[in-house]
Write a protein of this length. Sequence first.
Length: 119
Amino acid sequence: QVRLVESGGGLVQAGGSLRLSCTASGLIFSNYIVNWFREAPGKEREFVARISERGVNTYYADSVKGRFTISRDNTKNTVWLQMNDLKPEDTANYYCNADFYGPRSYYYWGQGTRVTVSS
């Protein structure tokens, strides 16, 4: 059974930092692209950051570029999202997503972790 478990969310003041973790089990983690998405109250889920299977390539939404850093350690089946200089508009539930593209594709989601940034 595949599981993605996010952790590290919480309440932080504007300008502060948080580090989210996404730990996977039940899959060959190094075969998966991992994304972070977020969903704010009343808004659609939006892409935040992506990291390639070996961690060579990373991509960020313009709204977080320069403030957030995605990284991974395949020996620990974990991806992190380091979030610095947080803003109230970063408040959302953050979800990690693992994607495998092949003859058959697989997509998995975690349950989310809540980030609240106070002004």
